[in-house]
Design a protein around this ligand. Structure first.
Ligand SMILES: [Zn+2]
Ligand SMILES: [Zn+2]
Length: 137
């Protein structure tokens, strides 16, 4: 179970609702999944959800998984700094584990320095089967 960030005090109501939905979901949610869950709370327009997601991602409270076109709440406080974020995505249960790896980050930093490439952000998405699903198989 991902531990939740201390909730920043300056979130808008919509941002809070969206973050809450992500925090309680066992797997990543698309913007439309989020909209579906929050309809009862007065969110009706996809744009409201997109705007809230954009801010949450900007602040490192949520992440977008490109390969799934879906969002997860940040599971750790490490990502408030720039750096490498890795996600292990289980293809059976859909669970996502977020972690950071200093060694990969260091290697990447060395490569960037050598090639003169300026890295803005790095997101690794690792697809496979989680330990629980493997044990149940
Ligand atoms: Zn994170
Ligand atoms: Zn699994």
């Amino acid at each position: 179970m991902a531990h939740e960030h201390a909730k920043p005090a300056d979130l808008t109501r919509n941002q809070e609702l969206v973050l809450g939905a992500l925090n309680h979901a066992p797997a990543p949610l698309s913007a439309y999944d989020i909209l579906d869950r929050l309809r009862g709370d007065g969110l009706r327009a996809p744009l409201q959800v997109y705007r809230a997601l954009e801010k949450l991602v900007e602040r490192g409270l949520a992440h977008r998984l490109e390969s799934l076109n879906a969002f997860v709440a940040c599971a750790d406080s490490h990502c408030h700094r720039k750096g490498l974020i890795a996600f292990a995505i289980c293809e059976i249960c859909g669970k996502v584990d977020e972690f950071a790896d200093a060694v990969i980050e260091e290697r990447l930093g060395g490569w960037a320095q050598q090639t003169g490439f300026k890295v803005e952000r790095t997101t690794m998405e690792i697809r496979g089967k989680c330990a629980a699903c493997l044990a149940a198989a």
